[in-house]
Design a protein around this ligand. Structure first.
Ligand code: FE2
Length: 290
């Protein structure tokens, strides 16, 4: 079972996007688009009508990119899944959550649904599905998010109360060898929007996922590939695909390929820069980073 993960695609930086051909060549069964799949070109709030037009224009452009379109068609044509979730830039803008802007958040969610037709949980876009030995959980970390400064002591922060309950039930009832949690923002503290910024929500996540054999979080957002398990949660970060790096402004083509078998997972973090390249296995019998 091959699962590819990607985040941060900025079409006005990288066009055409030939890097998608490398993913197509690997024939993934599932393509996870972890967020910042398009970029709003400003960070101020607009009206719902304007936001809808801006997001629709960006999605239309990205979906027309020939290499990207070919990958989506290839995955779907082989009976695979394309699973997208937004982060901030394809939602309401840099570091924004939807908790205080429900009308705008509803627009952003509707445009994600229009672009990628994800399966839904009621009207929500958080969801779970099984792919071979892997149960995949796609979280929505934007719709219910407020700033750490106002929700630091809130154990429901980031996901909102209903999504938290749903998530805990999914983990409790999961009976596959592997659980892969797709998280648009990082768990560990690389960005100023990581889970660790939300003290009580982070503890709740740790209670749920830490030291749980077969459980991985894959996250994006921060324009680098990285690996981390100090909290007990095994996290693979992959970010900046069709995007420049955060610090030095050059294209990255960072992406991750997971290959699951009965005994473990082979993790390949790919990128144009050596610092973003990792290639290792994690065995179910010894569930930690090498
Ligand atoms: Fe982001």
């Amino acid at each position: 079972m091959k699962i590819a993960a990607v985040s941060c695609v900025k079409l006005d930086q990288v066009w055409p996007q030939t890097g998608w051909q490398k993913i197509t060549a690997q024939q993934p069964d599932v393509l996870l688009l972890l967020g910042d799949n398009i970029y709003l070109d400003h960070n101020y709030l607009t009206s719902p009508v304007t936001l809808a037009a801006e997001l629709a224009a960006q999605y239309t452009a990205q979906l027309s990119e020939a290499n990207f379109a070919a990958l989506l068609a290839d995955v779907r044509g082989r009976g695979g899944r394309v699973e997208a979730i937004y982060d901030d830039h394809d939602f309401l803008g840099d570091n924004r959550g939807g908790a205080d802007e429900p009308a705008l958040a509803a627009v952003a969610r509707a445009k994600l649904i229009a672009a990628f037709q994800p399966s839904q949980t009621g009207s929500d876009v958080y969801r779970t599905f099984t792919a071979g030995p892997v149960q995949v959980v796609v979280l929505d970390e934007r719709f219910y998010r407020s700033k750490p400064s106002v929700s630091q002591d809130d154990r429901d922060a980031v996901l909102g109360a209903a999504q938290w309950t749903w998530f805990e039930n999914v983990v409790a009832s999961s009976n596959t060898p592997f659980l892969l949690v797709a998280s648009s923002t990082t768990v560990h503290q690389w960005g100023n929007e990581s889970w660790e910024e939300y003290d009580y929500a982070f503890l709740r996540l740790q209670e749920l996922l830490a030291n749980r054999a077969g459980t991985l979080v894959v996250s994006g957002d921060v324009h680098r590939n990285a690996i981390y398990d100090d909290s007990g949660i095994v996290e693979i970060v992959t970010s900046a695909f069709a995007r420049y790096g955060m610090m030095f402004g050059k294209p990255r083509e960072n992406w991750c390929l997971f290959t699951f078998d009965a005994l473990g997972v082979h993790v390949q973090l790919n990128g144009l820069k050596l610092a973003n390249q990792f290639d290792f296995r994690i065995e179910l019998a010894n569930w930690q980073l090498p």
